[in-house]
Write a protein that binds this ligand. Structure first.
Ligand code: HEM
Length: 364
């Protein structure tokens, strides 16, 4: 597609963009490509007006508010706790040559626990996170397909739960992100209930499945290339570039959406105002114009990948996701000699084109 139809329209529907340059422009040029999807007062769609679905100036205001909690330094402070969680999860695995689902036992719970602790959610409520997160992704797909949003029971439960948390923090603040949001002011005004709800749900969804998939994709790659396990164990300095190459080669978020604000030309094709666009990050990260031998996995690359997006919406959680991935890999290298996936057929891919990763991955 990048070569022959770099900009392609689905039968009377959305326009798909595949080239690296075009994808970068769509993600970052907010004057022409809007992220806005909902309104600020629609209680049935709290993330429709959240950070990821807003344009400047509202986007800048919201981003300034949460970015303090996600600076590289604030994230580095979490390293000790993330190491502890990774160690506990690995300690709980059975010993010996036993098959386990590494997605269930490590790559799903690690990011869930981290984000739950950041938000200040008690441990016994975390089990419902995955269900809520899946339900929200399903809802977001309805919106993108132009369908009417049907609110599932899981989503209703999630909204009720976070509303209760917000009310509690209003009464008695704690040292967590929700209390910080309740207390925060944008241009002198407090955030509305829906704004705070939107943030909580966005972080829950954006921070979990993506990181799970990065980790699972890294393990899949190590199964395919067992020699890398030894190389990375011997030289841990190679772990960060390895993670970057996994992000490029198997991008956990495959595409993002935008809407054209006016007629605009990309790769010589004019897209009319009001069109919905799908910017294919996964394709951009395999563009030969930018990455030589793009279909080969090579740790030592100089060109940066765009797995975390580009421009003002660049992933807020990128330092956290990288840190979690590094710590999880270090913990695995310290304990095991290899990862072995006995049957590739038994690995279940996530059944959507939005994210790339695995729902289950039996390993030994
Ligand atoms: C935005 C990918 C992990 C929170 C984004 C975007 C991408 C992305 C591509 C840009 C969206 C756009 O341009 O419309 C990823 C990947 C991750 C990951 C691949 C893991 C490997 C996380 C984590 C968190 C997080 C751990 C939080 C705890 C966010 C937020 C935004 C965002 C809040 C919206 C930023 C904005 O609109 O200004 N992410 N993400 N992400 N991500 Fe991530």
């Amino acid at each position: 597609m990048r070569l022959n139809q770099p900009v392609w329209q689905e039968d009377g529907g959305a326009w798909h963009v595949f080239r690296h340059d075009d994808v970068k422009r769509v993600l970052s040029d907010y004057e022409f490509f809007s992220s806005q999807r909902g309104t600020t007062d629609d209680p049935s769609n709290p993330i429709g007006a959240s950070l990821i679905s807003s344009d400047p100036p509202r986007h800048r205001q919201l981003r300034t508010l949460v970015s303090q909690a996600f600076t590289p330094r604030a994230i580095d402070d979490l390293a000790g706790r993330i190491e502890q969680i990774a160690t506990e999860l690995l300690d709980s695995l059975p010993e010996g040559d036993v098959e386990i689902d590494i997605v269930e036992r490590l790559t799903t719970p690690l990011p869930v626990i981290v984000i739950a602790e950041l938000l200040g959610v008690p441990a016994n409520e975390r089990a419902r996170f995955k269900e809520w997160s899946d339900a929200t992704i399903a809802g977001s797909r309805q919106l993108d397909a132009g369908e009417e949003l049907t609110f599932s029971d899981a989503q209703r439960e999630m909204v009720k739960y976070f509303s209760g948390m917000i009310a509690q923090r209003l009464e008695m603040p704690k040292d967590d992100l929700i209390s910080g949001l309740v207390d925060a002011k944008v241009d002198g005004e407090s955030l509305s209930h829906i704004d705070i709800l939107g943030f909580c749900i966005l972080l829950l969804v954006a921070g979990n499945e993506t990181t799970t998939n990065l980790l699972s994709n890294a393990l899949y790659t190590l199964h395919e290339r067992p020699e890398l396990w030894d190389e990375l164990t011997e030289d841990p300095g190679l772990i960060p570039p390895f993670i970057e190459e996994v992000l490029r080669f198997r991008s956990p978020v495959q595409h993002m959406y935008r809407t054209c604000t006016s007629d605009v030309a990309l790769s010589g094709v004019t897209i009319p105002a009001g069109s919905h666009l799908v910017a294919w990050i996964g394709s951009a990260n395999r563009d030969e114009e930018v990455y030589q031998g793009a279909d080969q996995f090579q740790i030592h690359r100089t060109a940066r990948n765009i797995a975390f997006g580009h421009g003002i919406h660049y992933c807020l959680g990128a330092p956290l996701a990288r840190l979690e991935a590094r710590i999880a890999l270090e913990a695995l290298f310290a304990r095991y000699q290899a990862v072995h996936i006995p049957s590739l057929e038994a690995c279940k891919p996530v059944p959507t084109s939005l994210v790339y990763g695995f729902e289950s991955m039996p390993t030994r």
